[in-house]
Design a binder for this molecule. Structure first.
Ligand SMILES: [Cu+2]
Length: 344
């Protein structure tokens, strides 16, 4: 069927300019102002990173460009990172973008952070009891994600990196089909931390090697039945500095349903509109309380890598590596129309 140039342009625009990025930081409930290119190493747009080999996975595009300011905070402070879609306090991110929000810290660097320097200090994934993802709550909380700066953290300059991982196209790995894959939205914020603590983050995590396409928290099908979700990366840092936290490999906890979902693969469709918001019962993940993914008693044989039966998903002719948001399939046109509303 014939598509006009205008229609095509719109389709491209909706695919390339959706998503989310960070506006600024609050310290103990106090707004620190517009942080973009001030204390945040802001990327040029809100597109995701999908290639796990890209140095942009650490601190996004421009991650190696130090900015002029630092957020000042004390160890133990409550921090809030505020996200938005196109303008502050808008719809934040497309509802289809279910996924976790994870926060890491590193000693301050003027490099792009693409090396073994990171320690996980907070994470929020999927709550099986409420069936809510961190991203769902982020939208309810008007873009705000809370966490606590570890109370024992040594004073000094740091970069705190928070990322959203959107799983609406991650039933297939990016390296198997560059038109799909998990979407990473990393944002790096420069911090000057005060306090009397002496704990030094020591996990030495490297995103380019620590995040892999074999990780069930990265290649994950949100459209097939599941009961739990294993957040990627290391365990949350103990913060005490006594015993370096190491990640115990978690077997995939997804149900053994086939990886490729059936016809229900419509981004956003499974989302029930969040009605009146619960009190912003902030997801305050303190460094010591790593939410433990409860696995069903059945010792699930560690599902080796989710084998992607590539033929089930048709590669899209427009497949580009970056910035794709929609993911049309059978109902491409309907999805486009919806995407144009939700994603622009
Ligand atoms: Cu998006």
């Amino acid at each position: 069927m014939y598509l006009s140039a205008a229609t095509l342009a719109l389709a491209f625009a909706s695919g390339a300019s959706a998503h989310a990025h960070m506006y600024g930081v609050w310290v103990n409930g106090v707004d620190q102002g517009d942080g973009r290119n001030a204390y945040i190493r802001s990327p040029p747009n809100n597109s995701p990173v999908k290639d796990l080999a890209s140095p942009d996975l650490a601190c996004n595009v421009n991650g190696g460009k130090a900015v002029g300011s630092f957020v000042k905070a004390a160890a133990g402070d409550k921090l809030t990172f505020e996200w938005y879609h196109d303008s502050r306090s808008d719809d934040i991110i497309a509802e289809s973008h279910h996924g976790p929000i994870i926060t890491y810290i590193a000693q301050y660097t003027e490099t792009n952070g693409a090396s073994s320097i990171w320690t996980k200090i907070a994470e929020d994934g999927y709550d099986a009891s409420t069936k809510k993802w961190a991203v769902d709550k982020l939208i309810t909380n008007k873009g705000k994600q809370d966490f606590v700066l570890p109370a024992t953290l040594a004073a000094g300059r740091y970069i705190i990196r928070q990322e959203i991982i959107a799983h609406h196209e991650s039933d297939t790995a990016f390296n198997a089909n560059p038109a799909r894959g998990a979407q990473f939205y990393p944002s790096c914020v420069q911090f000057e931390v005060t306090g009397a603590g002496s704990a030094v983050p020591d996990q030495d995590f490297n995103f380019n090697t620590g995040y892999t396409y074999a990780d069930p928290g990265i290649v994950f099908n949100i459209y097939a039945p599941f009961t739990s979700y294993s957040i990627p990366g290391p365990a949350v840092w103990s913060g005490a500095g006594s015993s370096p936290a190491t990640k115990t490999p978690t077997p995939a906890t997804t149900t053994s349903a086939p990886v490729i979902a059936g016809p229900t693969l419509i981004p956003g469709e499974s989302e029930t509109p969040t009605a009146t918001s619960a009190p912003p019962a902030a997801v305050t993940t303190s460094a010591s309380a790593a939410p433990v993914v409860t696995t069903p008693a059945t010792t699930a044989a560690p599902t080796t890598l989710v084998t992607v039966t590539g033929s089930a998903t048709k590669p899209r002719p427009t497949g580009k590596g970056k910035g794709k948001c929609g993911g049309g399939r059978r109902r491409r046109r309907a999805a486009r129309a919806a995407a144009a509303k939700k994603h622009l």
